[in-house]
Design a binder for this molecule. Sequence first.
Ligand SMILES: *Cc1c(COP(=O)(O)O)cnc(C)c1O
Length: 440
Amino acid sequence: MAKSATKASYKKILSDLQEHNKWFENSIPLIASENVPSPAVKEALLSDFGNRYAEGWPGERVYAGCVYIDKVEIECMNLAKKLYKAKFADVRPISGVVANLAVYSAFTNPGDVMIAPSIPAGGHISHGKKEHSGTAGLVHGLDIEFYPFDADEMTIDVDKTKAKVEELKAANRLPKMAMFGGSLFLFPHPVKELSDFLKGYNIHINYDAAHVAGLIAGGQFQDPLREGADTMTMSTHKTLFGPQGGLVLGREEHAEPIKKATFPGLTSSHHIHHMAAKAIAFAEALEFGKQYAKDVIKNAKALADALSDAGFKVLGEKRGYTKSHQIAVNVLDYSDGGKVEADLEKANIIVNRQLIPGDIKAGRNYFHPGGIRLGVSELTRLGMKSAEMKEIAGYIKNIVIEKKDPKKLAAKVKSFRKDYQKVHYCFDNKLGAYEYVKLR
Ligand SMILES: *Cc1c(COP(=O)(O)O)cnc(C)c1O
């Protein structure tokens, strides 16, 4: 009895995995932090590297058996350095959050002040305060201050930031680190405009490129390491080509503290199969990244324009809505971000609700915020262009404004998706983007 119940749950897990793939094959994936990897990246994830340990640095490992792992990791670091024109790369952090923890650990002490974007202003919870369970505050004990934010320009306010840093200094709370980058990220942050000022106070500047790493790699967003950022952290799977993982970049002088923070500080296994898959993704970005980044930004602009034409309040209007892969929409005229997210999901359109400037003051929370966020990285990688963006804006209007039946629309979405089942901007694409690989 118990045995057959176990077998049933084993089978159920595998069939749910398969169903998920089928669902995504028939959906419009618009989560800005997601992308779809190439078959080669998936192949690396299935390799035996995933069963090994390679603690330490290539050539200085703790265990034997790392001959090929060392070769791939050295190549991975070289490709990362080439892609971002950086002197030093640590490819071991297993996620963007771990990459951020590595720079917190390397360059600050608990109790130090860090200035970062607040969440409604686009910040990420890994930059957040202890009382919000933010990683920086809760795990590393940093004392967080927020940048003044300009909601019309949808970016950090340069003059008010300077004034705030002076005030903090006067109160004996000068920041040790300034964090740029975020999760709701429509326009480049003023790194160039603030870096000389911040360096005048010896403040370490880190740029969190989790969302825009692929756009930076393609030379289409901003170039933080040339604009004055000391170090740059990122996730490798949002606008970059996957797999899920992290990366830290810096100059030679940053190498030792970052290496120690990553291992033994923050990792034991660094998920070697993911490291290998990152190496492949970096090679793909070097070869195809420029065109991809251009196409992503063009698609985001096309979707934003079409949504605005459809009657939606798209944020950042003053600046043309977006210069990244993202679009943010204020949906308070119809209901709230949580309700809109759930309605769209029923029509196989996958988006996320989003806190937007003004939400916290108005008493709205993360479950029922004022906005939704859309990202076009995955649709672009599937080969979609401006015409498809217009069609998608129409579907979103059907559900949110016209309150049409989501079931009927889901069927439309399914047929719309038929021609976009391969991953583009990669060397090999024999396997379908969501094709389920059965090994049993
Ligand atoms: C997504 C995100 C992260 C976290 O990355 P993970 O790889 O999911 O750990 C960190 N910072 C920012 C700005 C993000 O958007």
